[in-house]
Design a protein around this ligand. Structure first.
Ligand SMILES: CC/C=C\CCC/C=C/C(=O)SCCNC(=O)CCNC(=O)[C@H](O)C(C)(C)COP(=O)(O)OP(=O)(O)OC[C@H]1O[C@@H](n2cnc3c(N)ncnc32)[C@H](O)[C@@H]1OP(=O)(O)O
Length: 305
């Protein structure tokens, strides 16, 4: 796993996001199975933290986060995420992915705060490169990406949802979503901000980022952070229907449009990747930031007692 991560990191450092030519638009890739053949069975691959099920007849994979207690995004998780995404991206049968959680009430708690506390500069560098890599791959994916947010989704968890093409959230006001970095005394990086702006617009993004707002599901819908609320027991049915609607179009037109809409934001991180890593490592290494993060973790633990 570590070797695979290193290879991924090396590749991205050398050439930026996977070149578009490798992700050429293809008309209805999954629809190429010769008519009359029996439906292919589902294929699955599972690592420690993410379960992936590929339905070959629909061309849709489901990626389920299963990293208790709260699907926090640590280095191992991020590495698995990138490897799974690369496998699916290279699978000509796969046209869409549904990203969801197997942990009740939690989609993802965001970046693992322990990865940003009391570690070395080398560790922060490796961790941040993996965070960048996850976003670059997901945001630039040629597949239709659908987030099924079936629980709370702060910060990095929200970024995953925002990076998808469409977001369905469970209709439960106890579940919250948003970029709450300011509440931790840290700052959402420019590409988190740009992704957010591309979804909700400048005004909502600015206010939400300054306040570090976490929105209960109904408010998240009101501000456009998610596209639809669905009763929890209907999420799967709805996801299948939404995916079918997106996949009814020729891939190439959708893919080129998506690339056109997202290219500027992706290019910016690719061009400033090393600078962004330096910013992160020097910011997170400051004693004042370490103190804020420690206090936040303590607050999380106290909340229980
Ligand atoms: C220049 C740029 C600089 C910096 C940019 C950095 C950008 C950062 C992005 C991020 O994603 S930061 C992370 C933000 N995440 C949060 O604020 C979420 C915090 N967690 C929660 O709010 C809740 O835990 C919850 C997700 C709503 C779940 O609540 P629940 O009551 O179900 O669980 P509990 O709080 O008891 O947590 C269980 C267990 O998990 C630990 N935990 C929770 N979140 C994290 C996390 N993000 N990282 C690491 N650990 C986390 C929590 O402490 C508990 O641990 P314990 O069992 O040992 O007490």
């Amino acid at each position: 796993m570590a070797a695979a991560a290193a290879t991924l990191a090396r590749r991205i450092t050398r050439s930026g996001v996977l070149p578009l030519c490798r992700r050429l638009p293809v008309w209805g890739r999954a629809a190429r199975r010769p008519p009359g053949l029996p439906l292919a069975p589902c294929r699955a691959f599972s690592n420690k933290k993410i379960q992936v099920d590929m339905n070959e007849s629909s061309g849709v994979a489901t990626m389920k986060f299963k990293s208790p207690p709260v699907n926090s995004l640590n280095l191992d998780f991020l590495t698995e995420f990138c490897i799974s995404l690369e496998k699916l991206e290279n699978d000509r049968a796969c046209r869409g992915i549904i990203i969801t959680s197997a942990i009740p009430k939690i989609f993802s708690s965001g970046l693992d705060i322990t990865e940003m506390c009391g570690k070395s500069t080398e560790h922060y560098t490796e961790f941040w490169r993996a965070v960048q890599e996850m976003w670059l791959r997901l945001y630039s994916s040629n597949m239709v990406t659908l987030a099924v947010v079936n629980g709370s989704s702060p910060a990095g968890g929200c970024l995953i949802a925002l990076s998808c093409d469409y977001r369905i959230m469970a209709d439960n006001p106890k579940y919250t979503i948003g970029l709450n970095e300011a509440q931790l005394g840290i700052v959402a990086p420019f590409w988190f901000k740009d992704t957010f702006v591309n979804v909700v617009g400048q005004r909502v993004a600015e206010r939400s980022l300054q306040l570090g707002s976490l929105y209960p599901a109904p408010e998240a819908l009101k501000f456009g952070i998610v596209d639809e609320l669905v009763p929890e027991e209907k999420l799967q049915e709805k996801a299948t229907a939404v995916m079918a609607q997106w996949l009814a179009l020729p891939d190439h037109a959708r893919q080129i449009t998506k690339s056109m809409m997202r290219k500027a934001v992706l290019d910016l991180l690719v061009a400033h990747r090393e600078e962004d890593i330096k910013n992160f490592t020097s910011f997170v290494s400051k004693e004042s930031i370490q103190k804020s993060l420690r206090m936040y973790m303590e607050m999380l633990k106290k909340k229980k007692s």
